[in-house]
Design a protein around this ligand. Structure first.
Ligand SMILES: [Zn+2]
Length: 289
């Protein structure tokens, strides 16, 4: 399905899709599963300390997410981690908190969720999240703790997709959630309104590559769960398109001329079929070079 995000508005499009989507549950390794279908991919760690959930999806999906979580185990929900502040990863914070989750995120996620925030490329202004939906545990660089016999390492990327992005590694299981630094199979959105940029995205992707092995299970923010080979292909795509767009911009081409020159053409069939069309993605890269 090809969506013209400029005509329909990305936020209503995402909420509408989530309101209809089935929630798919996949068990990955040990006691770790992923729920797909409501905004960003949701990871779940089950066990006697209670369920730990990474990202909250959209509230409209609660009637399908709640039973999907129940189907994994009878453990109560005790913790929620947000990979970044975006609505498709934090909209469900309030109900998950009401269900028992204490919320952890980067300090900038709390900052972004505590004020009214405009995302220009989505033509959308988000009101502050209600106080109960904001993180109560925050950190700046690295945050490590144990839960359900698992060592969790949360690490800040620095500015990447936004200025709030973290990775969450399940150390013993060799599984990592990399949030929206990776859209598996799609051009990624880059949120310049809240501190993101193409160079930060490439930097984050290279860090992800250096942090994983061929055996690591990698949960992207969007798209299917993947591996190092897929992440590597994504990295090559980002670097190549950045190079093409930068060359055109240096030649003095305007944004319209750069889009017309189709600097993403070699990649569109594979990566350009979701929210970020070739023209939109070209614009996002052009803004950052
Ligand atoms: Zn995002």
């Amino acid at each position: 399905m090809k969506i013209n995000a400029e005509e329909t508005g990305i936020v209503p499009t995402m909420i509408n899709a989530a309101s209809k989507a089935k929630i798919e549950v996949h068990t990955l390794r040990r006691n770790i599963s992923v729920l797909e279908g409501s905004g960003g991919n949701i990871a779940v760690l089950t066990g006697e300390d209670g369920k730990l959930v990474i990202d909250a999806g959209f509230t409209v999906s609660k009637p399908r997410i709640a039973p999907a979580l129940k189907s994994l185990s009878a453990d109560p929900i005790t913790r929620l981690i947000n990979t970044h502040w975006h609505v498709d990863h934090t909209d469900g914070n309030a109900w998950l908190h009401a269900a028992g989750a204490a919320i952890t995120a980067h300090e900038n996620t709390k900052k972004r969720l505590s004020t009214s925030t405009r995302v220009d490329d989505w033509s959308y202004t988000f009101p502050p999240a209600p106080p109960e939906a904001r993180p109560t545990t925050t950190f700046r660089d690295v945050h490590r703790f144990h839960h359900n016999d698992t060592t969790l390492t949360l690490e800040y990327y620095g500015p990447a997709h936004t200025d709030t992005d973290i990775s969450v590694a399940f150390e013993e299981a060799d599984v990592i959630h990399v949030g929206d630094t990776w859209w598996n199979g799609f051009y990624p959105f880059i949120d310049y309104s809240t501190g993101g940029g193409i160079d930060g995205m490439i930097r984050a992707t290279k860090r992800n590559l250096s942090a994983v092995t061929d055996k690591t299970i990698i949960i992207p923010g969007h798209g299917r769960v993947g591996n190092k080979a897929g992440l590597s292909e994504y990295c090559d795509m980002l670097v190549a398109i950045r190079g093409n767009v930068s060359k055109l911009k240096k030649q003095g081409k305007s944004l319209a001329e750069t889009i017309a020159a189709k600097p993403t053409a070699a990649y569109d069939a594979k990566w350009g079929q979701f929210l970020m069309t070739p023209a939109l993605f070209t614009k996002l890269v052009y803004s950052g070079v």
